[in-house]
Structures are given as structure tokens and as C-alpha cells.
Design a binder for this molecule. Structure first.
Ligand code: G3I
Length: 452
């Protein structure tokens, strides 16, 4: 019997709905460890922090930021260009918001950053200043910003990225105008503005022993010798997959031996996209290696990730084609890197499987007044299956009458199908489909398919 126009329309709508329903199969979604990272870290006396964007601190993003981390760093909100975009006009809204969020959640704040060559307001960078004027601008900026949060911030990245890769001082507004002494001046001004904040110099590509980290080491040693206030060194740790420096622990230790604290301040580990299970497994090992290097040195106070979710990471826009650098994916699912961090802090020992795996699509391929034909397609990417079993519960009294390319049984509403002798294998990049007929009346909604 030819279907009527209205049943054809209904069939089309059903097929569209079914096609839209992608159901995960063959991999348990990554589970967060029971104990939040911040509690695991606190039990070890360590900081587990994240950079945040103030406007995002609601919903799932806010929940995770508050639940998992015991320290926050404003990713951009405290930079000079953010707080004083035009001279004398201050905008503290996002910085205040982040500090308030942290205080409400019992979190430390790492102030970032006071004296840097980047993200400065154009009125500052385009101005023509005498050394005395430049020094006055820098000291006033520090007094104003550090003073605003006096007694409330644990730490300040006072000077950011002062070195070139070869260990020479970076030619910046500050160095060119004031010489290397701008660093001592800035630290001294910060100490005066908030005696309780720990004062850091922060840089990247200084995680292992190399020319740049040695220049930083020599600077810190000389500042200590001169009695300039310096409490710590920040190793940013914007790393590349598989390239955690082998000398990281040794490098952290040599700074600690100078009598300063060390923090990993901006950890992320980027990869060429798309990610796959092998890359995510390597990334987890890399995160663990960084955690362990810090945990092995008592003066390493902890680790901050530069964004906890791939949806809030600077990597894709700066390194086109790269990304997936943080411990949570773009949908806030924890990645193997999350479990690796938890494990390194003494938490749950089960590493969740990578989130890319096998998926199944249930669809109704045709439907008539009392019956229907459906199919389930199981596809694998980044994983493979040697056997499979799926089940679902019919929500509207549907009854399976026949199946092919699978062995299916129905008990009450529950249907269970497992592979036939010849189609249990689903290779990485491959798929398997089985079909069935069933009866229905009233409605025929698409069920949720689960594994097992
Ligand atoms: O706020 C504007 C927005 O109004 C505009 O529409 C948009 C269009 O481009 O830009 C927005 O500003 C961006 C800002 O991040 C906020 O999202 C800037 O373009 C962008 O350049 C800026 O990037 C920041 C970067 O520092 C600048 O160098 C990243 O978010 C921030 O994560 C990154 O952080 C630095 C650390 O401070 C120091 N260490 C390295 C690290 C990574 O570069």
C-alpha cells in the first residue's frame, strides 16, 4: 500500500530526527575522578590552578573552575591594556569579577601580569617617554594595580617574558627605556604596594635547562644577591606533544636551590589536529611528566593550566591547525590528561579511555501503518572493536519482529543485539550495520542506544 501524503511527511520527519541522533557506543565517556583536583592538590600542599576568562564563569565552565581548581589566573583581565585602555581610565570589571569568584570559592589568585611587552595600551606603546617618565608610569601602574588588590592576591607575575631564546634581554619598551634595571624597579614597587604577595618573574621556553632558563637563573641569583625582592620563578610551560623537556625537574630544582619558589604557570600541551586516541594518550603522559617534575621538588608550589577546556584556549588562533591542548575537551568532558593529573596527585587510578572511539546511529529507514524497518550503524574512529553488543529500551511499546546481521532478543521493552559470527570486528575507520523490523502503534520514537 502506498503511504498517504501525511504518513510520508511523518516518515520524513522521523528519518530526519533519527539521522540527527548520534549515540556514543563502545566507549564509556571519560569520567571525572571522584575527588576534585583541588582537593588532591591541597592534600599535598600544592596549587592546582587554571587561567580563566571572567565572562565565562557561569554554567558548566564556572562549575568546573570552582570545583576543580584552588587557584585562578586571569588570562587577560589584569593586563595593562585591559585595565587602563586609555590613560587614566580604568576598567577593573573583569579583574574584580574573577577575584570575587575566587574568594567565593576559596581560591587563590595569581595576578597576571604587570610589566610585559605585549597587550599594553596603545597610548603607552605609542608614547615617547623619557626614562624618568617611563619609570614613573611603570611604578604608578604597579602601585595602582597591586594596591587595588592588596592583601587579596597570593601572587603576582610582576615581570613577564624578559628574555629572548638565546638568553639576551628582550628588546622591549621597558628594556630599551630603562635598561635591565626595570626588573628590579618593578619588583621593588610591587613589594611596596603589597608586602604579602609573592613576587614572580615568569617566562616561556624556560622549563628545561637551556640558554634562556640559564639567563633567568643568573638574573634571579643576582637579584637575590642584591636583596631585590623576588619570591619565585614562573615556568609557563606552553609545550608541544611529546616534547616535555627531560631536564625539567633538574631545572626546577636549580631554581629552588637559589632560595625561590617555582610554579608551572601556564601549562598546555598542544597537538596537530585532529586529536586521536594515540595523541591523547601521549598528552596524558606529558601532563603527568610535568606534574611529577613539579611534585618532586618541594619548592615547586604547583601547576596552573592555561585554560582548562579546549573551548577556552589561545592555541587554535595562534597556531592554526593545532589545539586540543587542555585537560577538558570543548564540551567540558575530561580527557585522559585530566585523569593523568589526578593520578599524579594521588587520585583515582583509572585512566578514562580517549573520547574518540566508536559511535552508533539508530535510524528508522522505513515505516508503514503498523510496522517499521530500522538499522543501527556502528562506526569506529580512533578505536576498534572485536565484538559488540548494543541495547535499547523502546519507549512506546514497539516490538521487534525480525533482525538480520545481528542476534537480537527483546524482553519487555529492552532489546539487546550482539554481533553475528561474521561481523564482530569493527576496524578503526570502519563500520558495521545491522537491520531489523518491528511493529508499532501510536508513535515510534527513536530510543537511546547503550553498550552492553
Ligand atoms: O578582547 C578582544 C575582543 O574584543 C576582540 O573581538 C577579539 C578579536 O581578535 O580580540 C580580543 O582580544 C584577544 C584577547 O586575547 C582576549 O581574547 C586578543 O586579540 C588576543 O591577542 C589575546 O590573546 C591572549 C594572548 O595572551 C596575547 O598575547 C590570550 O588570550 C592569552 O591567553 C595569552 O596569554 C599569554 C600570557 O599572558 C603570557 N604567556 C603566553 C600566553 C599565550 O600567548
Amino acid at each position: 500500500m502506498r503511504p498517504s501524503r501525511s504518513s510520508r511527511a511523518r516518515l520524513a520527519a522521523l528519518l530526519t530526527a533519527a539521522a540527527a541522533l548520534l549515540l556514543t557506543l563502545g566507549a564509556t565517556p571519560a569520567q571525572a575522578a571522584d575527588t576534585p583536583l583541588r582537593d588532591l592538590a591541597a592534600a599535598k600542599g600544592k596549587v592546582m590552578g587554571t587561567a580563566v576568562t571572567g565572562s565565562k564563569l557561569t554554567g558548566a565552565y564556572g562549575d568546573i573552575a570552582g570545583r576543580e581548581f584552588n587557584a585562578l589566573t586571569p588570562g587577560n583581565a589584569m593586563k595593562w591594556g585591559s585595565v587602563e585602555p586609555t590613560r587614566g581610565n580604568f576598567n577593573w570589571a573583569e579583574a574584580d569579577q574573577i577575584v570575587a569568584f575566587a574568594e567565593a570559592h576559596g581560591q587563590q589568585v595569581r595576578g597576571h601580569t604587570l610589566v610585559w611587552h605585549s597587550q599594553n595600551p596603545s597610548w603607552l606603546t605609542n608614547g615617547s617617554w623619557t626614562p624618568a617618565e617611563l619609570s614613573g608610569l611603570m611604578n604608578d601602574h604597579i602601585a595602582t594595580e597591586v594596591g587595588r588588590y592588596k592583601g587579596r592576591l597570593a601572587t603576582w607575575d610582576v615581570v613577564n617574558e624578559p628574555f629572548n631564546e638565546d638568553g639576551a634581554y628582550r628588546q622591549t619598551l621597558w628594556y630599551n627605556g630603562l635598561g635591565a634595571d626595570y626588573i628590579a624597579q618593578a619588583l621593588t614597587a610591587a613589594r611596596a604596594a603589597d608586602p604579602s604577595a609573592k613576587l614572580y618573574i615568569n617566562d616561556y621556553n624556560v622549563e628545561g635547562v637551556n640558554a634562556k632558563s640559564t639567563a633567568l637563573y643568573n638574573l634571579v641569583r643576582s637579584l637575590k644577591e642584591r636583596g631585590v625582592p623576588i619570591d619565585g620563578v614562573g615556568l609557563q610551560a606552553h609545550l608541544i606533544l611529546g616534547q616535555v623537556p627531560s631536564t625539567m625537574q633538574q631545572n626546577i630544582q636549580r631554581f629552588a636551590d637559589l632560595g625561590v619558589d617555582v610554579a608551572i604557570t601556564e601549562l598546555d600541551i598542544r597537538m596537530q589536529l585532529p586529536s586521536d586516541s594515540a595523541k591523547l594518550t601521549q598528552q596524558a603522559a606529558d601532563y603527568k611528566a610535568v606534574m611529577n617534575a613539579c611534585l618532586a621538588v618541594s619548592r615547586c608550589v604547583g601547576v596552573t593550566v592555561w585554560g582548562f577546556t579546549d573551548s577556552d584556549s589561545w592555541i587554535p588562533s595562534t597556531f592554526p591547525g593545532q589545539g586540543a591542548a587542555t585537560p577538558y575537551d570543548e564540551n567540558y568532558a575530561p580527557k585522559p590528561a585530566y585523569a593523568a593529573i589526578a593520578e599524579s596527585l594521588g587520585g583515582g587510578t583509572t585512566t578514562p579511555p580517549p573520547t574518540d572511539a566508536c559511535t552508533a546511529t539508530y535510524s528508522v529507514t522505513s515505516q508503514w501503518n503498523t510496522g517499521f524497518t530500522g538499522q543501527v550503524r556502528i562506526s569506529c574512529s580512533g578505536a576498534a572493536l572485536s565484538s559488540w553488543k548494543v541495547s535499547w529500551a523502546y519507549g512506546a511499546g514497539q516490538q521487534l519482529t525480525q533482525a538480520w546481521n545481528a542476534t537480537c532478543t527483546q524482553s519487555g521493552a529492552t532489546v539487546t543485539c550482539s554481533n553475528a559470527s561474521y561481523n564482530g570486528t569493527v576496524p578503526d575507520g570502519g563500520s558495521v550495520t545491522f537491520g531489523f523490523n518491528g511493529s508499532w502503534s501510536g508513535s515510534n520514537p527513536v530510543p537511546t542506544v547503550t553498550l552492553g
